[in-house]
Design a protein around this ligand. Structure first.
Ligand code: MG
Length: 387
């Protein structure tokens, strides 16, 4: 019973959900054809809802919720002590002097959402107004500050990658009002001491872009310039206690898929990575093709072997595919009248596949079965429109 369930699942996996022999094939830097029917479907996510001034929205279905307004169980203070900040009426509030808090769980690349409100009662100026901060992986700070009609150094405003890059704009709300951060964070990737990807930070503040894929230059910080360097694989999210009772609500993140430099198979790949994934797809298609063997109907198996060649060459697969093609043409020759006419659409489909394979040099234009089906289609007038 279990075996049959697995078999169905494997077959379902192998079945293309989009066109085959259609777009430009995989190449040195792409594991997939254009419009590849075998390319994995994006996962379904139920979107959340937007927040209002009074009410936090609902996170999307795949989000990891770090704070839902009820408790700080996912957070800790210094040295692992319980997080000392206040929780009331659906938000947390910095308890000045109690120190920063950080998440118990650690994570790396993410889409992070959080909302904050600086104190309604304005005290201080410059960096002293509603200062807090969001520390990605406990390291680089995306500043939280009451920048509403408040002058300070540009790389210290809300929306700044603190000490490194000012926000592109200041789309701020007055003190006391809830403001929204949506952050996309990609950590630096190093291999053998060499930077492969510097890492990036993209930030929207209240829906307005304030950091545009800004390359990382280390953690940043007060007064000192920092240098780019590797990050650990994972780290906590930290929130700063800068002595102001700033509030937070609705904190969640979504893990991001790996980039090509980390084994991701979408995007511009190295030739080695592209070929590794192509080989994997080719092996899956060959396994599937072998199961489709049917002397009464060789077309599905033939397509399977030919399709595998689009992903990776293999002399055995090529020979089997060509053998099936020759047998198919041989079979057509024994047909006449109604039984041949019934093959019209199938033969035209086979011809189109052969043409695709010849166009991209998997077969020569002179491949005898291709020449034979083209000739048959001409003789039968199968390309002419039916009246
Ligand atoms: Mg700060």
């Amino acid at each position: 019973m279990l075996t049959s369930v697995l078999a169905v699942s494997a077959a379902a996996q192998a079945a293309a959900v989009g066109p085959r022999f259609y777009g430009d094939p995989p190449d040195d830097h792409h594991a997939w054809a254009v419009h590849d029917g075998h390319r994995p479907q994006p996962k379904a996510v139920t979107p959340g809802t937007f927040s209002t001034a009074d009410q936090a929205g609902r996170p999307p279905s795949d989000a990891v919720v770090l704070f839902d307004g009820t408790d700080l169980s996912k957070w800790q203070g210094d040295k692992g002590a319980p997080a000392p900040w206040l929780v009331k009426e659906g938000f947390m509030e910095v308890l000045p002097g109690s120190g920063q808090i950080r998440t118990r769980e650690t994570f790396g690349d993410c889409q992070l959402h959080l909302e904050f409100a600086t104190p309604r009662q304005v005290e201080g100026e410059g960096q002293g107004r509603g200062n807090s901060g969001v520390f990605l992986m406990g390291q680089l700070e995306i500043q939280v500050l009451d920048s509403y009609q408040n002058v300070t150094y540009a790389d210290g405003h809300v929306g700044a990658y603190y000490g490194i890059n000012p926000p592109l704009a200041l789309p701020v709300r007055p003190p006391g009002e809830w403001q929204v951060y949506d952050i996309v964070f990609r950590r630096p990737i190093y291999k053998d001491g060499q930077v492969v990807d510097p890492g990036y930070i993209t930030v929207f503040l209240n829906g307005v872009l304030v950091q545009d894929h800004t390359p990382l230059e280390g953690p940043g910080g007060h007064m000192g310039r920092t240098k780019p360097g590797p990050f650990p694989a994972k780290g906590p999210l930290s929130l700063q206690d800068h002595g102001n009772p700033t509030r937070f609500r609705n904190i969640w993140y979504r893990e991001l898929p790996p980039r090509p430099a980390e084994g991701g198979t979408d995007g511009w790949l190295t030739p080695e990575a592209a070929m590794a994934k192509r080989q994997e797809t080719a092996a899956m298609l060959r396994e599937q093709a072998a199961k489709l063997a049917d002397p009464a109907n060789p077309v599905p198996e033939m397509f399977g072997w030919f399709e595998s060649l689009v992903y990776a060459p293999d002399p055995g697969a090529q020979a089997r595919a060509e053998q099936l093609a020759a047998a198919y043409v041989q079979g057509l020759k024994s047909l006449a009248g109604e039984s041949l006419a019934a093959k019209r659409d199938e033969v035209r489909q086979v011809r189109d596949v052969f043409r695709y394979l010849a166009r991209f040099k998997y077969l020569p234009e002179s491949f005898p079965p291709k020449v034979a089906v083209e000739q048959l289609i001409r003789e039968q007038g199968w390309d002419q429109r039916r009246r």
